[in-house]
Design a protein around this ligand. Structure first.
Ligand SMILES: Cc1cc2nc3c(=O)[nH]c(=O)nc-3n(C[C@H](O)[C@H](O)[C@H](O)COP(=O)(O)OP(=O)(O)OC[C@H]3O[C@@H](n4cnc5c(N)ncnc54)[C@H](O)[C@@H]3O)c2cc1C
Length: 461
């Protein structure tokens, strides 16, 4: 008889892991949402628009029901900070790229990457290579198409607790009917893989270990903010690298600076002029928000109130603005785990995330933006900067680092890397295992880790 693997969460990682294990194990996925739906109430957080714009989601595919699927690798130094030896993850990055793009499509993107690198060689900055496949994938669907095989059972409900095996008794997962109170049921498991996301997993692990009122430190994300507008010289090299369209994807080059051991990446987005109204205030992400939430009256009102932001969003989404002279400067900053930034749990209440940008992080991002303006002074004809104290940071939904205290052995390339301490047979695979994220959107790395974990579980069996 095959062993049973229970995968908790059918989002990005849960979809990849479960489809890779389906032929070797009896796989059951526990997913709290029956339908695709944004999550606004699972965690309280007063900052970062975590609960006012779509930031995470439930249903098969999890947050990938709404994501942009921008793909980018972590740089080697960031992998090392994350406890991942670059050479050991390289083959899995290749699998992750191939999961999203065919060979010739990838070759096109790599050619664009090499051209961008040649344009921007510099001693002051490095280049981030971001690829946006034109098809926005729900990863549950993509993973089932890419890795077909034996049936995967889906149990709808909220995993409350993982109970480790004891001598003679199998381990199990306790499940409550999602959004209801129909009591607990028990799902026996030989192996449990927790993929409930960077906010869901730490809460589940803390409860499983009896820390219902605990504090889980280590949370980090990529704060993002519009910080300036620039007018470029007509022949500026920045225009050539900001967005290259290939047959299957868009390739965007970000320019990365490091100050006081924290990275900041600068992306340019087409603009109409130098006025700052379109990149300040609530309408600044308007088209992205409306695409995911098209019938929100509040957002439609905002849209009508800031037509300049709409024009710029259209220039960006259609790619028409990438040869113009005006650009907005969007930054994403690195955060590292802090002992004070994380999720506080209180019995009977929602978990509370104290996400914030610290003064030291702000100072680092500010210095990096100054470096960008200085490095490209010859390309920038004019610029307008948003005053630093008013930079309105938004959470980028790359919830990371929250399982650091629960997960074993950074730097290890074996199953121990993913093993949940104190819960034999349980493994963690999602943003919560990432001890560092550099400036990279974490999705590609999470897919690479999912491939690695699935291979290790198969080998172990
Ligand atoms: C608008 C938007 C755009 C984004 N764009 C990008 C991008 O371009 N590139 C990129 O790399 N990343 C992007 N992200 C982030 C990316 O979507 C997430 O990093 C990724 O989905 C995380 O994968 P995951 O498997 O950790 O969690 P998720 O995909 O969030 O899945 C977790 C799943 O677990 C379920 N779950 C949680 N708790 C429980 C429980 N106790 N019991 C049962 N089920 C549970 C949830 O319902 C969910 O289905 C974006 C996010 C958003 C919101």
């Amino acid at each position: 008889m095959k062993k049973r693997v229970v995968v908790i969460g059918a989002g990005l990682c849960g979809s990849v892991v479960s489809t890779l294990l389906r032929d070797d194990f009896e796989v059951t996925v526990v997913e709290q949402g029956r339908k695709k739906k944004p999550l606004f109430t699972d965690v309280d957080c007063p900052t970062g628009e975590l609960n006012t714009s779509i930031n995470r989601a439930e249903g098969l595919g999890g947050t990938t029901n709404y994501w942009h699927n921008a793909l980018i690798e972590l740089a080697a130094d960031d992998l090392r900070k994350a406890g991942i030896v670059p050479a050991t993850i390289a083959p899995y990055y290749q699998k992750a790229w191939s999961f999203f793009l065919g060979k010739s499509e990838l070759d096109d993107c790599n050619r664009a990457r090499d051209a961008n690198l040649a344009h921007l060689q510099s001693a002051i900055s490095t280049v981030a290579h971001m690829v946006l496949p034109q098809a926005r994938h729900n990863v549950w669907q993509l993973a089932n198409k890419t890795n077909p095989g034996a049936d995967i059972a889906v149990e709808y409900g909220h995993a409350e607790k993982i109970v480790a095996p004891t001598a003679g008794a199998r381990g199990y997962v306790e499940i409550r009917e999602a959004h209801g109170d129909r009591g607990l049921r028990r799902l026996d498991a030989d192996v449990v893989v927790t993929c409930a996301g960077g906010l869901g997993t730490p809460v589940l692990l803390a409860r499983s270990l009896g820390q219902d009122d605990g504090f889980v430190p280590g949370y980090h994300d990529h704060p993002m903010a519009y910080v300036a507008k620039v007018k470029l010289r007509p022949d500026s090299r920045l225009k050539a690298i900001s967005c290259t369209t290939t047959r299957a994807a868009e390739v965007r080059a970000g320019i990365v600076y490091e100050t006081d051991d924290l990275k900041t990446v600068v992306y340019l987005r087409p603009a109409v002029d130098l006025r700052l109204g379109s990149i300040t205030g609530p309408a600044r992400y308007i088209l992205s928000d409306l695409r995911n939430d098209p019938f929100s009256p509040k957002k439609i009102m905002m849209l009508l109130g800031n037509l300049e932001a709409v024009r710029e969003a259209i220039l960006f989404k259609t790619g028409l603005g990438f040869r113009g002279d005006y650009y907005s400067v969007l930054i994403l900053g690195e955060q590292t785990p802090l002992p004070t930034r994380g999720i506080a749990m209180t019995t009977g209440k929602r978990p509370l995330l104290n996400w914030e940008v610290t003064p030291a992080e702000l100072a680092s991002y500010d210095a990096s933006v100054t470096k960008f303006l200085a490095e490209f002074a010859a390309d920038i004809v004019e610029h307008e900067v948003v005053p630093t104290p008013t930079w309105a940071f938004r959470n980028a939904a790359h919830h990371s680092g929250t399982a650091n205290q629960f997960c074993a052995v950074p730097g290890d390339a074996s199953l121990d890397f993913f093993a949940a301490k104190g819960l034999p047979g349980a493994f963690v695979c999602d943003g919560s295992v990432l001890r560092a994220g550099g400036i990279a959107n974490s999705g590609l790395t999470l897919v690479a880790l999912s491939y690695r974990l699935a291979e290790l579980i198969r080998a172990d069996a």
